[in-house]
Design a protein around this ligand. Structure first.
Ligand code: NAD
Ligand code: LMR
Length: 334
């Protein structure tokens, strides 16, 4: 009798611990829709909340017919829609914001996206202050510091729980290397550090299976400007959405695996970091080990070659300005 109730209680506590609500803000967009679909296919997600300024309920109705166990609900900006979408979330992803058109830099999106991200961060800080916040909206180098400043102003900032999603750079590097070397991308684990735009994206090929690639200028350009390839190919219809959805779903899954006790889960991501703080660069992407509370450990960069040292130097200059721009924006537009 005692054993049975113990077992029952244990079963209950395991399932209770594994209840994971995931919220997507911007769920009806080019990234939001396939990202939401991939999250619906993830058995670790038990509740999916899909919010957008328009179209959230439609996307939710569609995805809710997919026969996996999780519940799905769509939300609109009614007086309580955003707060209800966020309440109880373990992970919140923000793909809301405008994408680039040919000829634009990610920084050109700042004027529109900074206030969208600021306002969503305010709502998340109020309704889901303990959630892990994954920022996809560009320019990531600035939108992540914006979220940090908003959370600080609300007194709920926990640097372990704020991530800029740079997974797509890692995905691209792995894929592009596998194309050159005729290998399986799953065996090509390329560390990409820095930020998420142009020269702030620094792949460390010297640490990969193919150190010779450190001299491959064409490959470096593809990794740093892979986003532009897609923007040009889409010719005005936006930027990467499908590969980004995959990358965002991978990052969310890594966080859920780590929070459910899996050890050794490492994802390069853009977090508050001590690595180049002395040079005024307060956020930096590098290999981050994830744990139940988010960031468990930020790994050192490790050995880099002379080429990569120069790339890091170029990265830091731009990154510092991008971060400062985000911080200043919140100070002037709270
Ligand atoms: P999109 O225009 O297709 O979708 C954006 C969605 O956001 C739309 O459905 C829109 O209604 C919604 N939205 C706008 N304001 C909102 C608000 N205040 N609250 C909730 N939803 C809101 O754009 P997309 O192609 O999905 O790209 C979205 C963002 O992701 C862009 O800023 C893009 O640059 C960025 N992006 C980042 C990466 C990365 O690696 N981090 C990769 C690709 C794209
Ligand atoms: C990407 O890397 O594909 C995204 O940041 C979108 C863009 O503007 O390139």
């Amino acid at each position: 009798m005692f054993a049975a109730s113990m077992l029952q209680r244990r079963a209950f506590s395991v399932s209770a611990r594994n209840l994971s609500k995931v919220t997507v803000l911007g769920a009806a967009g080019g990234i939001g829709q396939p990202l939401s679909l991939l999250l619906k296919l993830n058995p670790r997600v038990t509740e999916l909340a899909l919010y957008d300024i328009r179209g959230g309920p439609g996307v939710a109705a569609d995805i809710s017919h997919v026969n996996t166990k999780s519940s799905v609900k769509g939300y609109e900006p009614s007086p309580t829609g955003l707060a209800s979408a966020l309440k109880g979330a373990e992970v919140v992803l923000i793909p809301a914001g405008v994408p680039r058109k040919p000829g634009m830099s990610r920084d050109d999106l700042f004027n529109t996206n900074a206030s969208i991200v600021r306002d969503l961060a305010k709502a998340a800080a109020e309704s889901a202050p303990d959630a892990k916040l994954l920022v996809i909206a560009n320019p990531v180098n600035s939108t992540v510091p914006i979220c940090a400043e908003v959370y600080k102003s609300k007194g709920v900032y926990n640097p372990k729980k704020l991530f800029g999603v740079t997974t797509l750079d890692v995905v691209r590097a792995s894929r592009f290397v596998s194309e050159i070397k005729d290998t399986d991308p799953k065996d090509e684990n390329i560390t990409v550090i820095g930020g998420h735009s142009g020269v702030t994206i620094v792949p460390l090929f010297s640490q990969s299976n193919h150190p010779d690639l450190t001299n491959n200028a064409e490959l470096l350009k593809r990794v740093q400007f892979g986003g532009d390839e897609v923007v040009q190919a889409k010719d005005g219809a936006g930027s990467a959405t499908l590969s980004m959805a995959m990358a965002g779903a991978r990052m969310a899954d890594s966080l859920l695996r780590a929070s459910q006790g899996e050890k050794g889960v490492i994802e390069p991501s853009f977090v508050e970091s001590p690595l180049y703080k002395d040079q005024g660069v307060t956020f930096f992407s590098s290999k981050v080990e994830l744990g139940p509370n988010g960031v468990e450990q930020i790994h050192p960069i490790g050995k880099v070659d002379a080429n990569e040292e120069k790339l890091i130097e170029a990265c830091l200059g731009d990154l510092k300005k991008n971060i400062e721009k985000g911080v200043k924006f919140v100070a002037e537009n709270p």
